[in-house]
Design a protein around this ligand. Sequence first.
Ligand SMILES: N[C@@H]1[C@@H](O)[C@H](O)[C@@H](COP(=O)(O)O)O[C@@H]1O
Length: 243
Amino acid sequence: MRIYKAKDYEEMSQKAANIIAAQVVLKPECVLGLATGSTPIGTYSRLVEKYEKGDLDFSKVTTVNLDEYKGLPRENDQSYYYFMHENLFDKVNIDPASTNLPDGTKEDSDAECARYEALIQSLGGVDLQLLGLGHNGHIGFNEPADVFEKDTHCVDLQERTIEANKRFFASADDVPRQAYTMGIGTIMRAKKILVVVSGEDKAETVAKAFFGPVTPQVPASILQMHPDVTVVADEAALSKSPV
Ligand SMILES: N[C@@H]1[C@@H](O)[C@H](O)[C@@H](COP(=O)(O)O)O[C@@H]1O
């Protein structure tokens, strides 16, 4: 695991965008695994800037997103579909047909999760997976649990996650209670993983996830077992870690 300490959010975003850009330049037809949440927004803006300057071409890139709220239609401005279009897809030359997310409107969880998992495998797997880190150590929507869930599945969101995400909704009651998410196995099968983390409020979680024991109670801790992980975190997020 490589840990890159950035000065602040801006530097974290720049460094993460450089790593993603290098992947696209080296393999234009790559599969990028993408993430939502507030942390990667700066990374996406830097990628858009690179595209606008003519330094990046997304025309052959395929994307698969980590997760989606169950029950939210695409037009809902809190759906991850909407987020991805707003922050990246509509601003670069990616083919919309090559962008993929779980479909939150599908009622049959087992069928939708099986479809999504099969789709990822049919693409030959993910070349570079971008991840954020939840306050409770979740990645995607893999919440702390007794076991690591392997494949794409439907999760019940935990109170802390609903609390953290309610800032985006009119009230906590409007936050969906379930989501579809890639599993830990799906994430771990990615060839490379890039984690972005920012802020003092994640410092405890960063220390546990990357320097503590590997346990499903801190889902991100499994990343210590992956052969090619880069963590790009700012000084505040690393303030409780031995680096
Ligand atoms: N499902 C997403 C995660 O993929 C993300 O990492 C997390 C942290 O978000 P933020 O970056 O806003 O702290 O939020 C959501 O729960």
